[in-house]
Design a protein around this ligand. Structure first.
Ligand code: AVJ
Ligand code: FE
Length: 426
């Protein structure tokens, strides 16, 4: 994306999609605190516009801040915790602000010298940054929308395409070294760099994410009541939370039901389970005599071909639309085995799309990490507080869901579209 035409088109397409997500929600509800874990929807829009103003007007062109928004739309504070003290954001004013920023950005775009010695402009980096940020917040908004309970949100439900061929339950990945991290990715975040050689021992990995059917067996086998399945921290979480099934699951008259976007239905047995915490994923794995993969194992399985080396996605470098459940054309994971053409070189399916996959890894910097272009995206979150998730969900844009992308969350969080697959030493 280093031509003006492409940049303009990508920014406009993203904004149309953002507005499309908010369109079915009445203005009066855009400021609602749906959950303590989520920002009001109108805040996401304000924040996306604020981020765009900061990078594409102020930092890139030295513009003065647009008056009246500097306190309200803090880009860098703990985004969700900071909302209680925000003045009421008015949807109409927020939309006008976002449109104003965008108009100024497009005006500047016509005059940018992409060959200027500014690292922000290299291969369009700063535009990729702003674009990705908006796309990531679309997923955040979908998390909020999924938590709304009134059942009026029009859920999109694109049918999955051709099924992949069946395969074994687990796939063996040989030991050896490979390249972990982003190679040849112009908008990689700082946390995906520097690419470096990592050795993994031989391991087995589930061919597909764990399904609702499999997870229900764990629940019905009293997995939530069996301390030895849980880590100490996990058991404490399970006690405090009084968790007994994935978030949104309820016992109905004829078995489990789940409620999402305000719609109630039995969890489709063949769909990957979602809305489980890291602790639940870990407990299931122990119950099954397995473990979670490390992020290095995950990335090796997803992006490494012994003969050809690294690829962006499990199936290659481009996303044509049929290989994975990405980009919220379908507001749920798709049945396991749904995407012929999306298999990894070793035969795993749905490594990308459907559900984020919890890994056993803490969110830590790679060797040689350099914070760029701002420490509040990654650096402040490094440590043992967060676990890494990989692969992207049905709500993740294909531009974001590259194989080197690292997501992270508190191990207790369940409102995100997260599931998992298991691994095992070979
Ligand atoms: C990468 C999903 C953990 O939402 O906290 C959005 C993405 N960072 N705006 C988050 C992000 C700044 C981030 N995660
Ligand atoms: Fe943000």
């Amino acid at each position: 994306m280093d031509s003006r035409v492409e940049i303009r088109a990508a920014l406009e397409e993203a904004r149309t999609a953002t507005e499309g997500l908010l369109e079915p929600v009445p203005d009066a509800e855009l400021g609602a605190h749906v959950s303590s874990l989520q920002s009001p929807l109108v805040w996401d829009l304000a924040h996306v516009a604020r981020f765009e103003e900061l990078w594409l007007l102020r930092n890139l062109h030295g513009h003065e801040p647009i008056a009246g928004h500097e306190e309200v739309y803090q880009a860098f504070r703990d985004e969700r915790g900071a909302q209680a003290d925000l003045p009421k954001l008015r949807p109409e004013a927020t939309r006008a602000y976002a449109a104003d920023v965008r108009e100024r950005v497009l005006r500047e775009l016509d005059h940018i010298d992409f060959d200027a010695p500014n690292p922000l402009l290299r291969k369009g980096f700063v535009f990729g940054l702003v674009l990705q940020h908006e796309l990531q917040h679309q997923e955040t908004m979908l998390q909020t929308l999924a938590l709304r309970t009134d059942g009026t949100y029009p859920v999109r439900n694109a049918d999955p395409p051709d099924r992949a061929a069946d395969g074994p339950d687990q796939i063996k990945i040989d030991g050896g070294s490979f390249i972990l991290g982003a190679t040849d990715e112009p908008w990689a975040y700082d946390n995906e760099l520097v690419p470096h050689e990592v050795e993994t021992r031989p391991f087995l990995i589930d061919r597909a994410p764990v399904t609702n059917r499999a997870f229900a067996e764990f629940v019905d086998d009293n997995g939530y009541g069996t301390p030895r399945c849980w880590s100490a921290a996990g058991w404490e979480w399970r006690q405090t939370e009084d968790a007994s099934a994935p978030l949104h699951w309820e016992r109905g008259n004829r078995g489990w039901e789940r409620v999402r976007f305000g719609h109630r239905e039995p969890p489709p047995p063949d769909e990957p389970v979602q809305h489980v915490s890291f602790f639940e994923a870990e407990a299931f794995a122990r119950w099954a005599g397995k473990r979670l993969p490390t992020e290095a194992e995950w990335e090796r399985a997803a992006t490494w071909d012994e003969r050809r080396g690294k690829s962006r996605y499990p199936w290659g470098r481009e996303f044509m639309g049929y290989e994975a459940n990405l980009g919220h054309t379908r507001f749920s994971p798709a049945p396991v085995g749904s995407y012929a053409g999306g298999e990894s070189p070793t035969g795993c399916v749905q490594l990308t799309g459907d559900v984020w996959e919890w890994t056993s890894s803490y969110f830590q910097p790679y060797p040689g990490f350099l914070s760029y272009p701002y420490p509040e995206y990654s650096e402040v979150f490094f440590g043992e507080e967060y676990r890494v998730l990989r692969g992207g969900s049905w709500a993740t844009d294909p531009l974001v869901a590259r194989g080197s992308f690292r997501n992270w969350e508190h191990p207790s969080r369940r409102q995100i579209f997260a599931g998992f697959r298991c691994a095992k030493d070979a």
